[in-house]
Design a protein around this ligand. Sequence first.
Ligand code: AMP
Length: 214
Amino acid sequence: MRLILFGPPGVGKGTQANLLAAEFGIPHISTGDMLRTAVSEGTELGRKAKAVMDAGHLVPDDVMIGIVREVLTSPRTAKGFILDGFPRTLQQAHALDELLRSLRIADVGVVVLEVDEEVIVRRLRNRLTCDTTGKIYTADADGLQPGSTCPDCGGTLVQREDDKEETVRKRLAVYHKTTEPVIGYYRAAGRVICIDGTAPIDAVNRAIKSILGA
Ligand code: AMP
């Protein structure tokens, strides 16, 4: 399976990508996760990306294209991949097209998960992340709050800086301004399939697989 997964922040792209990656034994390439790892490891990339990410802005195209090129030319993506969070701009989409062409890869599905924006703001405001394992919890549903102990590993649950409401609204605005034209680009090529992201997790998972004939 080769898939580019689109959708606004908080729509559940990560959840769906992780499920598919496990089922098909292929890597889930989340550029957001890669950047967060770089930040937590304090690498040069991480130091540069942190302020940009915390402000809800986009990391420069050339940096992102370099990162994705390295992954897609490595043997671990030979059987397939799920791209989550990339491409986010037209320049990234053009670079990805060129890269896939040079690798003679043509069978890449493009799926957009759709959801009402107020649902997203509520979801992200409510999202807690374990500072040790990255496991995600829902504050209301799980009876937890920032600073609670992770029920799984004893780590501390935190609200990601970019999950705060003000930043979420900024990320949604960035999504509309920069990423929607990218979806339009794939739509013009007749390649976009839209799926209701508010459906239950397993229903969304089945819908993606059936659409891709997987
Ligand atoms: P995400 O977890 O995908 O929402 O990404 C978190 C943050 O990482 C974004 O708000 C951006 O600052 C940065 N980021 C992730 N992917 C990209 C990308 N393809 N291009 C530019 N910035 C990105």
